[in-house]
Design a protein around this ligand. Structure first.
Ligand code: PXL
Length: 250
């Protein structure tokens, strides 16, 4: 079989736990060759984001075209995009494969990294909002499984084929809900730890890697969630704040 290739279009986290760095580590762990187009540079460590520097949309477009014309990926994911110009540039670029959109709005510590991704919604094969992002997209608070169901239907009506709302911040078990005309629930026991830096990035990168390998969506999510739970459970305890996951897990 040909080497599977995945591309991440996202921001840099120099502490290595989130953003582009988490995506590449995760692609590698899943046996997928990783490419990375950088949209913004953060200055951060496990204690928080100190600065965000957006790259010019032209520079992002040039990176994207350079990789697409040479090593076309089998799946693409987007993370922090930073500006409307970058969102619109990606929405207007022809991609050769499924697009997974992680609608990153803020870092775990609250820094603004995103921009409204409405233009990308009809282009997304899969959207992976957390509860806050789902609330923003649906226009009402998403706080439990019932409101997750209503939000997923509302977001799907905006033109997204598959919506996976991540319930990692719910009370009790971590329940994720996929809606693609019907509902599918993915549940795992809550792991009590402060070390969750980059959880969203790592999860969507693992799904993207499986999609690049040709795995169908429900099985891709199942494998990604199993990996994510183990990566959280076996986190290396690095840093003085909310530390990274174990990207070697599984
Ligand atoms: O997890 C959201 C996220 C995305 N991208 C970058 C980040 C973070 C969170 O810290 O730093 C670059």
């Amino acid at each position: 079989m040909k080497t599977p290739v995945a591309l991440s279009i996202a921001g840099s986290d120099p502490s290595g736990g989130a953003g582009i760095q988490a995506d590449l580590k995760t692609f590698h762990r899943f046996g997928v060759y990783g490419e990375a187009v950088i949209t913004l540079i953060t200055v951060q460590n496990t204690r928080g984001v100190r600065a965000v520097h957006l790259l010019d949309a032209t520079l992002v477009r040039e990176q994207l075209h350079a990789v697409l014309e040479d090593i076309p990926p089998h799946a693409v994911k987007t993370g922090a995009l930073g500006s409307r110009e970058i969102v619109e540039m990606i929405a207007s670029t022809e991609l050769p494969c499924p697009l997974i959109v992680d609608p990153v709005m803020t870092s775990t510590s609250g820094a603004s990294l995103g921009h409204a991704i409405d233009a990308l919604l009809p282009r997304a094969f899969l959207l992976t909002p957390n509860l806050d992002e789902a609330s923003m997209l649906a226009g009402f608070p998403v706080t439990d499984v019932d409101s997750m169901r209503r939000a997923a239907e509302k977001i799907a009506s905006l033109g997204v084929k598959n919506v996976l709302i991540k319930g990692g911040h719910l009370q009790g078990d971590a329940i994720d809900l996929l809606y693609n005309g019907t509902f599918h629930k993915f549940s795992s026991p809550r792991i009590a730890t402060p070390h969750t830096h980059g959880t969203g990035c790592t999860y969507s990168a693992a799904i993207t890697a499986e999609i690049a390998k040709g795995t169908e969506l429900i099985e891709a999510i199942r494998r990604a969630k199993t990996f994510l739970c183990e990566a959280i459970r076996s986190n290396p305890g690095l840093g003085r704040g909310s530390g990274p996951l174990n990207h070697f897990a599984g």
